[in-house]
Design a protein around this ligand. Structure first.
Ligand SMILES: Nc1ncnc2c1ncn2[C@@H]1O[C@H](COP(=O)(O)OP(=O)(O)OP(=O)(O)O)[C@@H](O)[C@H]1O
Ligand SMILES: [Mg+2]
Length: 444
C-alpha cells in the first residue's frame, strides 16, 4: 500500500487533504508541524511526503532536506501560498518533486500523487531489469587454463588504454563477457557501456540506431534520436556481430574511429564523441576482407588489439571449474543444493561443445532442473553426451545413426555460424530436410 506523510499545521486543511487521499486508498499519516513529521520519517519509510512550506519549528525546506537524506527515493510535494513561490522554487532546486499552489483543487493533488507513484513503479522495474541484465554479464570470466590465462593477460594490459579491441571466437566462447570485463577494468567504468548487435537490426534501421537521426530525416522521424555512439559518450561501445555491418556503415564507422566525429542520419551538424570501441565477431574477418565483404582498412583500425576467445574443446581442463561455477549459480537461482558426479564431468570432458561455454551452461541448467537426486549423473545429461557411458548403444543401429546425425547437425550449424542455408549445403541436404531433422532432434 502506498504510504503518504502529510505535514500541515492548518488543521482544517490537513484533515480535508488527508480524507481525500485516504478515499483514494492511500495510507496517510498526519503531522501538525515539521518536527512531528521529521520524527515520523525517522520511524517509517514514505513513498510520498506532502508538506506545507511554512510550519512552526521546522519548515518545509528543512523537512525536505531531512526526508531526502533518509530516503532519496521518496517524492516530496511542497504546498505553498502565492507569497512564497520563491521558497517553492528553492525547494525544487533542493530536490522536491513538485510544488502546488494553495488553494488547490484536490483532484489536481491526487493526479500529481498518482503520477509520482507511477514513475516510482517504473523506476523500480528499471532497476530490477537493469540488475537482471547485468547479473549474467557482470560476472568475471571463469577458467584457469593456459588458454584463458592468455586472454586475461591481454585484457589486463589493454583494458586501461583507449585502444580499440577486436574480440573474435566461436559462438558462446564469452566474447561479450570479455568485452564487459574490459569496460569494468577501464577508466571509463563509471560511464555507460552500450552494446548493439549489428546482425539483429534490419539494414534500414541500423545506421540510425548507431549514429542517430535528426528530426525529419525520414518519414516517421518526428523527433531527434540519439544513436548508440552518443549514448556511449565517455564510455564504451560494443559493436557485436560486427562482420554483418553493411559497406556504407563500415565507411562511416572508420571515420568515427579516426576522427571521433560523425553526422546523424539526415543531418549536417557534426557530432563529436569520446567513445572507446570494442568489436565482437564469430566470423573470420580476414576471410570477409578477402571476399570483399569487409573493408581491410577498417579491420586494421579495429584490431589494434586482437583477442581470440578459445573454443571450449581447446581448454577442456576448465570444464571442472566451469561446472562448479554454473552449479553454484543455478543452485542459488533455484534454491537447491545439487552437485555433479565425477562420471558426469568425465562425459562432459569427452564432448566437443560446438556451442562452447554457453552450451555447457545450458546443459548444466537443464540437467539440474531435470535431476531428481541431489547429484547430476550421466543420465541427466543430453543423450549425445551420456552415450560415452553406454557403449552398448553402438549395437543399436537406429540409435547409433541418430547419434551420428545429431552430431553432424550440430557440427554443420557450428561451421555455418548457424546459417541454415549454409548448414544444409554442408550436410548435402535440402533446407526443408534440415528443418525437419532439427525439429526431430529438438535443436533450436
Ligand atoms: N569464461 C566464462 N566463464 C563463465 N561464463 C562464461 C564464460 N564464457 C562464456 N560464459 C557464459 O556463456 C554465455 C555466452 O557468453 P557470451 O554471450 O559472452 O558469448 P559470445 O561469445 O558473445 O557468444 P555469441 O557469439 O553467440 O554472441 C553467457 O551466459 C556467459 O555468461
Ligand atoms: Mg555475443
Amino acid at each position: 500500500m502506498v504510504k503518504i506523510l502529510l505535514a500541515e499545521d492548518d488543521e482544517i486543511m490537513r484533515i480535508s487533504v488527508s480524507d481525500k487521499l485516504k478515499k483514494f486508498g492511500y495510507q496517510v499519516d498526519e503531522a501538525p508541524d515539521g518536527l512531528a513529521a521529521k520524527e515520523l520519517c525517522n520511524k517509517k519509510m514514505y513513498d510520498v511526503v506532502i508538506s506545507d512550506i511554512r510550519m512552526p519549528g521546522l519548515d518545509g525546506l528543512e523537512l525536505l532536506q531531512h526526508v531526502l537524506k533518509q530516503s532519496p527515493t521518496t517524492d516530496v510535494i511542497i504546498m505553498t501560498a502565492y507569497g512564497s513561490v520563491d521558497d517553492a522554487t528553492t525547494c525544487l532546486r533542493e530536490g522536491a518533486s513538485e510544488y502546488i499552489l494553495k488553494p488547490f483543487d484536490m483532484d489536481d493533488l491526487i493526479i500529481r500523487v498518482n503520477r509520482l507513484i507511477d514513475i516510482q513503479k517504473v523506476r523500480a522495474r528499471c532497476t530490477i531489469l537493469e540488475e537482471n541484465c547485468c547479473q549474467e554479464y557482470d560476472k568475471e570470466l571463469i577458467g584457469s587454463s593456459m588458454a584463458m590465462q592468455e586472454v586475461y593477460s591481454i585484457i589486463e594490459q589493454a583494458a586501461p588504454t583507449n585502444a580499440t579491441i577486436l574480440i573474435t571466437g566461436e559462438s558462446g566462447t564469452g566474447k561479450e563477457l570479455a568485452a564487459r570485463a574490459i569496460h569494468r577494468r577501464s577508466t571509463r567504468k563509471d560511464k555507460p557501456f552500450v552494446s548493439i548487435n549489428c546482425a539483429a537490426i534490419p539494414e534500414g534501421l541500423i545506421e540510425s540506431e548507431i549514429f542517430g537521426h535528426e528530426r525529419g530525416a525520414f518519414t516517421g522521424a518526428d523527433r531527434l534520436h540519439r544513436g548508440k555512439f552518443e549514448l556511449a559518450d565517455g564510455g564504451t561501445l560494443l559493436l557485436d556481430e560486427l562482420a554483418d555491418l553493411a559497406a556504407p556503415l563500415q565507411a562511416k564507422l572508420l571515420r568515427v574511429l579516426q576522427e571521433s566525429c560523425f553526422e546523424r542520419v539526415g543531418g549536417s551538424k557534426t557530432v563529436n564523441v569520446d567513445v572507446r570501441v570494442l568489436g565482437c565477431t564469430s566470423k573470420d574477418l580476414h576471410k570477409e576482407v578477402e571476399v570483399g565483404r569487409f573493408r581491410s582498412d577498417l579491420l586494421y583500425r579495429l584490431q589494434v588489439i586482437p583477442i581470440e576467445m578459445p573454443a571450449l574443446r581447446d581448454h577442456p581442463e576448465d570444464i571442472d571449474e566451469l561446472c562448479r561455477h554454473f552449479l553454484a549459480e543455478f543452485n542459488h537461482a533455484h534454491g537447491r543444493s545439487v552437485s555433479i558426479s565425477a562420471k558426469a564431468v568425465a562425459c562432459l570432458k569427452q564432448y566437443s561443445f560446438p556451442g562452447n561455454i554457453r552450451e555447457l551452461r545450458n546443459i548444466i541448467e537443464r540437467a539440474m532442473v531435470l535431476c531428481r537426486a541431489s547429484e547430476v549423473g550421466p543420465g541427466d545429461l543430453p543423450r549425445e553426451l551420456n552415450n560415452v557411458e553406454q557403449p552398448d548403444d553402438e549395437l543399436n543401429l537406429a540409435q547409433a545413426l541418430a547419434k551420428t546425425e545429431y552430431r553432424c547437425l550440430l557440427n554443420a550449424l557450428s561451421a555455418s555460424q548457424r546459417n541454415r542455408t549454409k548448414a544444409a549445403e554442408l550436410l548435402g541436404i535440402s533446407r526443408k530436410n534440415l528443418w525437419e531433422k532439427l525439429k526431430a532432434h529438438n535443436i533450436a
